[in-house]
Design a protein around this ligand. Structure first.
Ligand SMILES: CC(C)(COP(=O)(O)OP(=O)(O)OC[C@H]1O[C@@H](n2cnc3c(N)ncnc32)[C@H](O)[C@@H]1OP(=O)(O)O)[C@@H](O)C(=O)NCCC(=O)NCCS
Length: 165
């Protein structure tokens, strides 16, 4: 298995994976409001695949976001999806560790996501780091998590999460 940067020609295969994982109604979710009209961070799109086969087995993207009136820059992790037949093999874990490592190396400081805390805590995401932040729509608050790529990056950061544009 190999993690590779996402290329433009991967787009249709990634859309198919996301349809399988989240259904075609996924664009109605609160996190999609933060992505509307804004491309994902180009350097932080990754796919995981068997180099011997044409299919993509998993995809991870990050979106740029800002927090509060001071518009503190941050990343929104996701969507992440792994093909149903390839789940439980550690592909998502590998993609996330890889993506967070590249994000840190590029100088990003804060990552937020909406997802299952028992899964994302292994990477350092914590509910406690996002309690001063709000999202522009309903989410189950227990699933709204933060991660500091630089220790203390979320200290004193508060307010509404918004689109980066
Ligand atoms: C969530 C998803 C990306 C995980 O992909 P994956 O490659 O199977 O994940 P990994 O192999 O890295 O991790 C699997 C392990 O995490 C555990 N795990 C998976 N989802 C979990 C969750 N929500 N809560 C707790 N543990 C979870 C599994 O039980 C498994 O544990 P094991 O290694 O002890 O068997 C994949 O199931 C998927 O595409 N789901 C549909 C889309 C989705 O829900 N995306 C995330 C939205 S936040």
């Amino acid at each position: 298995m190999e993690i590779a940067p996402e290329h433009p020609e991967d787009g249709p295969a990634i859309e198919h994976l996301l349809d399988l994982a989240f259904g075609p109604d996924r664009a109605g979710k609160t996190v999609y409001k933060l992505r509307e009209g804004i491309p994902p961070v180009a350097e932080l799109g990754f796919v995981i695949h068997d180099p011997a086969k044409p299919e993509i087995d998993g995809s991870l993207r990050f979106w740029p976001i800002v927090i509060g009136e001071e518009r503190v820059p941050a990343l929104l992790l996701g969507p992440i999806a792994v093909a149903p037949e390839d789940r439980g093999k550690g592909y998502a874990k590998a993609l996330i560790w890889h993506g967070l490592g590249v994000a840190r190396a590029l100088g990003h400081r804060i990552v937020l996501l909406v997802g299952d805390a028992p899964y994302y805590e292994q990477f350092g995401f914590a509910r406690a780091l996002a309690t001063n932040l709000t999202l522009p729509g309903w989410v189950d608050e227990a699933r709204f998590l933060g991660l500091e790529l630089v220790p203390g990056a979320l200290s004193g950061v508060r307010g509404m999460v918004g689109r980066a544009a």
